[in-house]
Write a protein that binds this ligand. Structure first.
Ligand SMILES: Nc1nc2c(ncn2[C@@H]2O[C@H](COP(=O)(O)OP(=O)(O)OP(=O)(O)O)[C@@H](O)[C@H]2O)c(=O)[nH]1
Ligand SMILES: [Mg+2]
Length: 285
């Protein structure tokens, strides 16, 4: 079995940092988690990628091409399309020619974090994100989307609403088990943290009255957007081991990592049945 987290989120939300810290945390707990860089524009990150899309194509290749003449965003879309077209490259790096072959020798199976680019339109309405997910699924990966949002952009009603909408767009487009994470909690002041706590356990009416007093958003905003079960955010502090531990545990539950017995049962389930019984979907309901 193979497990993966698709780490996505707006530019600068902390995706690469998350990958570095999660990998390190896993290492400290004697667990092997590999990181794959799928951001062709990446210039710096602190982890050692097991696979790097820049070995296949770099953003500059797409931008410097006389015929293509892409800007940075179009160039990035081109690079990911190129990756999908050259899926054999990714497949051979991930699993080799032998389908039983695994990247690591971990008896629990491969566990991979995919560090994605920050252009979230790739996952909200373009098709590349979805295609990538389908590819990984066809290679027997059990995947969870991990959507990161910078907590500093979530401390007033209107921003919280737009962060929530972004998370919803990704959920709706990818149709995958999904966990939302608030990053950079260490940077929040006490008062900001207090404000955020209000939204983390949202009372839709209180939030809406905040919005009505603050902005042009009226009560016309559908209260179900704020329903706790629909969009839930897990705060993460990368300097706090307990915080990383709790988050990883939640994601592991979603992809049923380490539940050997369960995994075997699911292997023999017809696909429809599996969907219905999949606890992970609770996060989306
Ligand atoms: N204090 C603090 N800084 C963070 C945290 N996460 C990320 N940063 C900083 O935020 C900046 C952006 O982090 P990255 O991890 O590169 O973000 P990214 O989402 O990978 O960015 P792109 O790939 O450019 O979209 C860096 O300067 C990080 O050091 C965090 O939890 N706490
Ligand atoms: Mg990055």
């Amino acid at each position: 079995m193979r497990y993966a987290q698709l780490v996505i989120g707006p530019a600068g939300s902390g995706k690469s940092t998350y990958c570095t810290y999660m990998q390190r945390f896993a290492q400290d707990s004697k667990r092997l988690i590999e990181v794959v860089n799928l951001d062709p524009a990446a210039e710096h990150f602190d982890y050692q990628p097991a696979i790097d899309i820049r070995d296949l194509i770099q953003l500059d290749d797409a931008m410097e091409d006389e015929e293509l003449r892409y800007g940075p965003n179009g160039g990035l879309v081109f690079c990911l399309e190129f990756l999908i077209e050259n899926q054999e490259w990714l497949k051979s790096q991930l699993i080799g020619a032998d389908p039983d072959n695994e990247l690591s020798t971990d008896p629990d199976g491969d566990y991979i974090l995919f560090d994605m680019p920050g252009q979230i339109e790739l996952f909200t309405h373009l098709t590349m994100g979805k295609k990538l997910v389908q590819l990984l699924e066809s290679w027997n990966f059990r995947i969870c989307t991990v959507f990161l949002v910078d907590s500093q952009f979530m401390i007033d009603g209107a921003k919280f609403l737009s962060g929530t909408m972004a998370a919803l767009s990704v959920m709706a487009n990818l149709e995958m088990p999904h966990v939302n994470v608030l990053t950079k909690m260490d940077l929040l002041s006490k008062s900001a943290r207090k404000q955020l706590d209000k939204y983390l356990d949202p009372d839709p009416r209180a939030l809406l009255s905040d919005l009505t007093s603050e902005s042009a958003w009226g009560p016309s905003v559908n209260q179900s957007y704020f329903s706790k079960t629909l969009v839930r955010f897990i705060p993460m502090n990368i300097d706090d081991e307990d915080s990383l531990h709790d988050l990883l545990l939640q994601i592991d539950n979603v992809i049923q990592y380490g539940e050997d017995g369960d995994v075997k049962i699911h292997d023999f389930d017809p696909p429809d049945n599996e969907k219905e019984n999949d606890d992970s979907k609770l996060f989306m309901e």
